[in-house]
Write a protein that binds this ligand. Structure first.
Ligand SMILES: [Zn+2]
Ligand SMILES: [Zn+2]
Length: 223
């Protein structure tokens, strides 16, 4: 794809002169280089740091999220820094990241809202030890379920899974199924459907259907 098709890419290259586009084997744009940033948060003060990064921006961005890998060996892969098993950085739960990107749908929006807060927390932890400074989620599925529970106002894992499954089928059909909030009504008859409809704006049905949480769970029973 052409580089100009990624919203915010030219601004990104201006803001981060250590990064440049490079050949990419997947559909999208690959950015590599030294990512130097500075950020200031009331919790940890000003931090200036840099990481060697590879950022793969999929051609479907912002409806699909970039994948970021740290290639300089500065972020330890010892299970304490939210690095996924494939080496990509765990910047947050997928739906939370999608919502952040949806509110600022450009590459610089992704960098400001998703990437820099993560790198800031990593740098802070490398310097000071302790936990990640922004309310840390458990790494992996439990953290994702906890985050989605908070986003959706649900209490239990199976309710969250049911909600994600409902997002993976067409709205008209989903509205006829029972509501995950336990109101005893059909989804379409409960105000909870507004919450799901907000999320539907951020990604296609297929994205939710392929969501990892759902893969390990039996599909919704047909009623
Ligand atoms: Zn994680
Ligand atoms: Zn309900």
């Amino acid at each position: 794809m052409r580089v100009s098709e990624i919203n915010g890419l030219s601004q990104f290259l201006l803001d981060y002169p250590g990064m440049s586009t490079s050949p990419c084997s997947v559909q999208g744009v690959c950015l590599r280089g030294n990512f130097q940033f500075q950020a200031c948060e009331s919790v940890g003060g000003k931090i200036v740091d840099s990481y060697k990064l590879e950022i793969i921006v999929p051609s479907k961005f912002p409806q699909a999220l970039p994948e970021v890998t740290e290639t300089g060996g500065k972020i330890k892969r010892d299970g304490n820094f939210h690095v996924n098993s494939d080496g990509s950085l765990c910047l947050g739960s997928p739906l939370r990241l999608l919502r952040k990107v949806h509110s600022a749908p450009s590459l610089t929006g992704f960098v400001d809202q998703c990437l820099i807060p993560y790198l800031y927390a990593v740098s802070y932890k490398r310097i000071n030890g302790g936990d990640f400074i922004f309310g840390e989620l458990a790494h992996g599925e439990q953290g994702i379920v906890d985050d989605y529970s908070a986003m959706l106002g649900l209490n239990e894992k199976h309710q969250v899974i049911q909600a994600i499954q409902l997002l993976g089928i067409k709205k008209r059909i989903a509205n006829k199924k029972s509501c995950p909030c336990r109101c005893g009504r059909r989804l379409g008859a409960c105000p909870f459907h507004h919450k799901l409809n907000e999320l539907r704006k951020m990604a296609p049905v297929s994205w939710f259907r392929k969501h990892d949480l759902v893969i390990n769970t039996p599909p919704l029973p047909v009623k």
